[in-house]
Design a binder for this molecule. Structure first.
Ligand code: ZN
Ligand code: ZN
Length: 235
């Protein structure tokens, strides 16, 4: 049986019109109308396997990843470039109390993993929110995305990480402060062991990768065999 940890099943608001154009009728889960869904531009090929973004050249990596060197994860996949309508959808999912958007975005993440992913992850782990932020928001958007990914790929979702302190929003910090902001912020949860397993780590946006790097490092230190990363967007 697959675990669902985001808790989206109960009492779920679904909009009466497409959440982007507000003109056409939405699908049963409140997803974008067909025209708006098709209008969302995905990341171009070739993709950078290290961050999931667009590769800059004939090499299989982008200039930023070549400059930064190896990351703790094995492979990363993303769906969209972060901007425009996608940025708006992610913001509404995170801050606009519109959790239903996780269904649409999560399904596109599944499709992107099936097209671009490598290896066979055995469990999905969401990047956790600090408990008080989850309490204020009422849900963890990343756990909702992870539920969709786990259901789509047919693998269980485990809340294997906990955030040990509240951090400032990475988007509000300059690059130099982002690493310090998240250093040591995650801890493994012994109840949900990852030892010997290939983990698919799920988050909404990969920008500098510091948060995902910390989370992946924590999973590897807890004995995970490998960590791959799947995000909605590459910032
Ligand atoms: Zn529409
Ligand atoms: Zn890259």
């Amino acid at each position: 049986m697959l675990g669902r940890i985001g808790g989206m099943a109960v009492g779920f608001f679904v909009p009466e019109a497409c959440p982007v154009c507000a003109g056409a009728a939405p699908g049963p889960d409140g997803e974008l109308c067909a025209a708006c869904a098709e209008g969302l531009r995905e990341l171009p090929r070739p993709r950078c396997g290290r961050c999931g973004g667009a590769a800059d050249s004939a090499l299989d990596a982008c200039g930023e990843c070549l400059r930064l060197g190896p990351r703790p994860w094995r492979h990363a996949v993303s769906v969209f470039p972060y901007g425009g309508t996608v940025r708006d959808l992610v913001h509404r999912l995170k801050y606009g109390d519109q959790p239903y958007l996780a269904r649409f975005l999560g399904r596109r993440m599944v499709r992107a993993w099936e097209e671009h992913g490598t290896g066979v992850p055995e469990i999905v782990v969401p990047v956790p929110l600090h408990w008080w932020r989850r309490l204020r928001r009422g849900y963890n958007q990343t756990a909702l995305l992870a539920d969709e990914v786990g259901a789509g790929l047919g693998i269980p979702v485990l809340p294997a990480l906990v955030r040990t302190r509240a951090t400032r929003r990475q988007a509000l910090l300059d690059i130099d402060r982002r690493q310090a902001n998240v250093r040591g912020v995650f801890a493994p949860r012994p109840r949900w062991p990852v030892r010997g397993r290939h983990v698919l780590l799920v988050d909404d946006v990969l920008t500098t990768g510091h948060t995902l790097g910390e989370a992946a490092g924590t999973l590897l230190a807890a004995g995970a065999l490998a960590v791959s990363v799947l995000t909605t967007a590459r910032g």
